[in-house]
Design a protein. Structure first.
Length: 280
């Protein structure tokens, strides 16, 4: 094993550890406070869909002979840069996201004080529905293609590799928007109270190492198709780090030491407050 191969493996497992640990601080903070106030269910809920799609696509890229053959045909004989730790990370993320989501949707189960942020926003529900419909649509297109099972990639026809890409893009879409509700909640409350900054610091570290590993793998293969052929993994690190930078700025600069307004602004675009006013 060369030095670069060793570094790739080390980076892979360290980012796996950092990203895996990043799922715990928020659920632990919620549990210690016996409340989810100051946060919104949108983030963990849509994370469930994101990591489900990520687990399915990574599993296919890593284990499916057909998908790997179609990938190799499309990308000059190369193999996907997906590693085993990507699969374990996705499955672990899915499990922890489900647990965290349950704290919002079933507060009585956790003996939590009910919070207005427990209800998903229409925006997030719309994104979830749109992603599911989009994937089903692509699968139907692939099923109608006579060359869908062609190991050579099917030329210009739709093959199962395209369906796996569609599934993987769900994770990309989720990553692009999943932090937005919490950014807006923090902005409206002028505080990051209730939102764990530890998870953000771990996520940022993991993003740096994830991109580093993919870059090393592509360098070793002598072809940057390792990145263009797996754009989701590359985008995950970059997009997450941009959002992390926003959260770090909010926590340590803009709203440093601010307690915020308890019970306010826990739903996307003020949906929670509007509902409360109607009840009053």
């Amino acid at each position: 094993m060369s030095l670069l191969e060793f570094l790739s493996s080390v980076f892979g497992w360290i980012y796996f550890i950092c990203w895996s640990l990043s799922f715990y601080p928020q659920s632990m903070l919620n549990f210690s406070r016996k409340s989810t106030s100051g946060t919104t269910v949108d983030f963990p809920l849509i994370n469930c869909l994101g990591f489900l799609s990520y687990a399915v696509s990574n599993y296919a890229f890593y284990y499916s002979p057909l998908i790997r053959a179609q990938y190799a045909s499309r990308y000059h004989g190369l193999t996907p840069t997906v590693q085993f730790n990507d699969i374990t990370f996705a499955l672990h993320g899915l499990l922890l996201s489900i647990i965290t989501t349950s704290q919002y949707l079933s507060p009585r189960l956790w003996s939590f004080t009910p919070s207005k942020g427990n209800k998903p926003s229409r925006f997030i529900l719309g994104i979830i529905l749109g992603c599911i419909v989009g994937v089903i649509f692509v699968i139907f297109i692939v099923l109608s293609s006579p060359e869908r099972n062609d190991p050579s990639g099917g030329g210009h026809s739709w093959v199962w590799l395209d369906a796996i890409y569609a599934i993987s893009y769900v994770k990309l879409i989720v990553t692009l928007i999943k932090y937005t509700p919490q950014v807006l909640v923090n902005y409206r409350n002028k505080s990051t109270k209730g939102w764990s900054i530890v998870q953000i610091l771990l996520d940022f570290t993991g993003g740096v190492l994830s991109i580093g590993q993919q870059g090393i793998d592509s360098w070793l293969q002598g072809d940057w198709s390792g990145i263009t052929g797996n754009p989701v993994k590359f985008a995950l690190g970059n997009v997450s780090m941009m959002y992390d930078a926003v959260f770090i700025t909010q926590h340590y600069v803009l709203y440093k030491g601010a307690d915020g307004k308890d019970g306010e602004g826990e739903g996307l675009l003020g949906e929670g407050r509007d509902e409360e006013r109607r009840i009053e």
